[in-house]
Design a protein around this ligand. Structure first.
Ligand SMILES: NC(=O)c1ccc[n+]([C@@H]2O[C@H](COP(=O)([O-])OP(=O)(O)OC[C@H]3O[C@@H](n4cnc5c(N)ncnc54)[C@H](O)[C@@H]3O)[C@@H](O)[C@H]2O)c1
Ligand SMILES: [Zn+2]
Ligand SMILES: [Zn+2]
Length: 348
């Protein structure tokens, strides 16, 4: 088969590799019908993720068809259309049992293993460990082009942003960073009845998208960002401030927008320390949350997509075939310049 192989910082190739095959009785093999690229894949290609070694097949998001089933697998059969999520889980370890498979001990202490610790989904076929507890059947009413965004970005915005930030009916919410993840938070905030959702970004295209995804107001980043958001909330600040960029300055902005008693939900992956003004924050009764997505909200999100409440397909702006993998990466890497959000990649 062919797959996208990592060959060290800056190097990758769509090339011939051995077919994916069953290794453990709990495995299945999935033929990949749709995949996509995540910002994390770009970080890997820059050499930022040391655990990813040369020769690794990249990618941690897929929708596909089961082709082979290990002898211990009971929940899936050849021919089933399935969603392969970013997080793999055994379902039994202490973290899986408390609903936190992001830290599944059995699969390696971290639930994100595809395109990281084992071969990933940017390939014609992929081996899926712990298939019974990790895969999701895709309902008939949900297309591959919708389901693919439930593998990572939609659950991330929803779980690490909206749920961790405890958005409640009537709340005002700010989302700093309107990329795929921030837009996913915006798209799912409405489920909890937010009265006002303010998108904050440096990029005009992303702000236009934010309005399409359900933001009520947008603020382009500038010298008066914080004052503009505060003015939109009757001078009080927001109930929930979601950070979806991953820079010190954007977390500081998110922290400056919240009112006393509110929540700051950090989603961004940070690469450097952040100095928070604790001398001002300690007296504000605010909560700061952070973490890796568990993808446990996928069943809920699948239902909301099937019923039309979440138009997940809006996330896909560009389509490519497997043999256009390099072009897909180029467009995604320069997403803002290409008016792109997420790319949809299919066999042909
Ligand atoms: N916690 C998790 O489990 C998890 C999972 C997936 C992704 N992430 C992280 O979430 C973050 C967002 O991911 P994404 O895929 O949407 O990234 P993205 O690059 O597509 O989007 C980031 C957005 O932030 C905007 N931005 C850049 N600088 C800004 C600034 N100073 N102020 C306001 N906006 C600014 C960009 O214009 C862009 O729209 C990343 O840090 C990613 O690594 C976290
Ligand atoms: Zn990802
Ligand atoms: Zn586990």
């Amino acid at each position: 088969m062919k797959a996208l192989v990592y060959h060290g910082p800056g190097k990758k190739a769509w090339e011939e590799v051995p077919d994916a095959a069953i290794q453990e009785p709990t495995d299945v093999v999935v033929q990949v019908d749709t995949t996509t690229i995540c910002g994390t894949d770009l970080h890997i290609l820059q050499g930022d993720v040391a655990a990813v070694t040369e020769g690794r097949i990249l990618g941690h998001e897929a929708v596909g068809t089961v082709t082979e089933v290990g002898e211990a697998v009971t929940g899936f059969a050849a021919g089933d259309r399935v969603l392969v999520p970013a997080i793999t889980k055994c379902g039994r370890c202490a973290y899986c049992q408390r609903g936190m498979p992001s830290h599944c001990q059995t699969v390696g202490g971290i639930g994100w293993i595809f395109g990281h610790l084992i071969d990933g989904t940017q390939a014609e076929t992929v081996r899926v460990p712990y298939a019974d507890t990790s895969l999701y059947a895709v309902p008939d009413g949900v297309t591959n082009e919708q389901a693919i965004f439930l593998a990572d970005s939609l659950p991330t915005g929803y779980e690490v942003g909206v749920l961790a930030g405890q958005v409640r009916p009537g709340d005002t919410v700010a989302v700093v960073g309107a990329g795929a993840v921030g837009l996913s938070a915006i798209l799912t905030t409405g489920l909890w009845g937010a009265s006002k959702v303010i998108a904050v970004d440096t990029n005009k295209f992303r702000l236009t998208k934010a309005l399409e995804f359900g933001a009520t107001d947008v603020v382009e980043v500038g010298p008066a960002t914080v004052a503009e958001v505060i003015a939109l909330t009757d001078g009080l600040g927001v109930d929930v401030s979601i950070e979806a960029v991953g820079y010190p300055e954007t977390l500081l902005t998110a922290a400056s927008l919240v009112r006393p008693g509110g929540s700051i939900a950090n989603i961004g992956v940070h690469g450097t320390p952040v100095e928070l003004p604790m001398q001002d924050m300690w007296i504000q009764n605010v909560t700061l949350t952070m973490g890796l997505v568990d993808t446990v909200s996928i069943p809920t999100l699948l239902k909301m997509v099937a019923s039309g409440r979440i138009p997940a397909e809006k996330m896909g702006t560009h389509s490519f075939t497997f043999d256009q993998m390099d072009e897909a990466y180029d467009v995604f890497k320069n997403a803002a310049a290409n008016s792109a959000l997420k790319v949809v990649i299919t066999p042909a």
